[in-house]
Unconditional design. Structure first.
Length: 354
C-alpha cells in the first residue's frame, strides 16, 4: 500500500526532529507520526514567511496520485466528492483573510483592471460565468513569480509573474491553468482524499527536490552566472521545499497530482484559444520551464541540484507538458492565428517591472 511504501523510518524521523531545532538526546519522544507532523506544522505556520513559503511551493508539490480519468478536461468525469460548491465557497472565505495578509493586493488600479479583464474575457467566452463559480483575478505583492487559485473562482497572480510573461497570450495561459484547477474541482478531490485517510508522509519526500528546482530556477535568473549565488538559492529552495512537504501533509488539498496539473494545462489551452488567443503562444511558459529543468540536469552547471533531482520523480516533467501542448496545437490544424499580445500588456508589464 502507499502508506507502507512511504512509512517514515526511525532514521528519517531523527533527521526531521534534529533539524526542527528541538533538543535531541538520542531517545525518541513518544509521539505518533501525526503528532510530530502537527508539532512541526505549528512552527512553520506561526510566521508570515512560513505561510508565504507554503503558498509559493504548494502548487508544484505534485503527488503520484492520479485522477480518475487521464484524458479529462475539466468536465469532472469520474470524480467522486461529497463537497458542494457552497462548501468550496466557504473554504475560500475561511482562508482568504490570512492569505490577504501575506499577499497584499498590488495598489495599482490599471494593473488590477487589466488582469481582471483578461481573466473575465476567458471566463465569458468559454461559458464559465457563474457556471457555477464567480471568478475574480487579483495581482498581489510577492518576491517571486507565482500564480495560484482558491476553490470557487478566486485566482491570484504575483507582480513578478506579470513582469516575467512575455505576451498577453502567455498570461492568458497562466490564468487559464488556474481556471482549470477550479473548473476541474481539484481541491474538492484532495479534500475527499484527506477525509478518506490520505497518507501524511507521501508529501514530504518530494518537497526538498521541488524546492531546489524553484530555488535554482529563480537563482539562475537572478544571479547572472554567479555559481555561488545559484547554489545558495538552490540550498534555500531545498530547505523551504522540505518544510513545505510538512505543510502540505496538513492541508493535502493544496497539492495537485501530476494528472491534475496536466488536466489544468489542457483546460488552459482550450479556454485561452477559445477566448481568441494564439495557439502557438498560449503555452510558451512551459517551454521556459523545460529550459530550467534541462539546465538543472546539467551536473557541471549545478552539481548540488543534480544530487537532488531524484526527488523530482513525481513532478510533471516539463518535457511532457510541452509535448502535450504541441499535440493540442497540431490537433487544431490550420485554424487561424489569434491574439498574441496587445499594447495594454506592454504598458502593464512596464509598470510591474518598474
Amino acid at each position: 500500500s502507499i502508506s507502507q511504501c512511504l512509512r517514515i523510518t526511525p532514521k528519517a524521523r531523527n533527521f526531521y526532529l534534529i533539524n526542527d531545532g528541538d533538543d535531541y538526546h538520542g531517545t525518541m519522544p513518544r509521539l505518533t507520526d501525526q503528532e510530530e507532523i502537527e508539532h512541526i506544522f505549528e512552527k512553520w505556520t506561526s510566521t508570515p514567511y512560513g505561510r508565504r513559503s507554503f503558498l509559493a511551493i504548494a502548487p508544484t508539490i505534485l503527488t503520484a496520485c492520479i485522477s480518475g480519468d487521464r484524458n479529462r478536461e475539466g468536465d469532472n468525469t469520474g470524480q467522486e466528492t461529497s463537497m458542494t460548491v457552497e462548501d468550496e465557497r466557504a473554504l475560500t472565505q475561511s482562508v482568504l483573510p490570512e492569505l490577504q495578509k501575506d499577499y497584499p493586493r498590488m495598489q495599482n488600479a490599471a494593473v488590477q483592471n487589466y488582469v481582471n479583464r483578461v481573466g473575465q474575457t476567458i471566463v465569458a467566452r468559454n461559458g464559465l460565468y457563474k457556471n457555477p463559480y464567480t471568478y475574480s483575478f487579483t495581482v498581489v505583492e510577492a518576491p517571486y513569480p507565482n500564480a495560484f487559485a482558491l476553490p470557487a473562482g478566486t485566482v491570484f497572480v504575483t507582480k513578478p509573474l506579470m513582469g516575467l510573461a512575455e505576451t498577453e497570450a502567455e498570461l492568458a495561459g497562466v490564468l487559464g491553468h488556474e481556471i482549470g484547477h477550479i473548473k476541474a474541482r481539484h481541491v474538492a478531490e484532495r479534500m475527499e482524499e484527506e477525509k478518506n485517510g490520505w497518507n501524511f508522509w507521501k508529501y514530504i519526500f518530494g518537497g526538498a527536490g521541488i524546492g531546489a528546482l524553484l530555488g535554482y530556477g529563480i537563482g539562475r535568473a537572478a544571479c547572472r552566472g554567479n555559481k555561488a549565488c545559484e547554489n545558495k538559492a538552490t540550498i534555500v529552495g531545498a530547505g523551504v521545499g522540505a518544510g513545505i512537504g510538512y505543510l502540505v501533509s496538513k492541508y493535502a488539498y493544496f497539492a495537485n497530482s501530476q494528472e491534475d496539473e496536466m488536466e489544468a494545462d489542457r483546460v488552459a489551452f482550450n479556454t485561452s484559444v477559445g477566448a481568441g488567443y494564439d495557439k502557438q503562444y498560449v503555452g510558451r511558459f512551459y517551454e521556459r520551464l523545460l529550459e530550467i529543468q534541462e539546465a538543472g540536469d546539467d551536473e557541471e552547471a549545478n552539481p548540488l541540484f543534480s544530487k537532488l533531482s531524484d526527488a523530482m520523480q513525481t513532478h510533471p516533467p516539463a518535457e511532457e507538458r510541452v509535448e502535450q501542448m504541441h499535440q493540442m496545437q497540431t490537433s487544431l490544424g490550420g485554424r487561424g492565428k489569434g491574439v498574441v499580445s496587445t499594447p495594454y500588456f506592454d504598458q502593464i508589464q512596464k509598470i510591474c517591472n518598474a
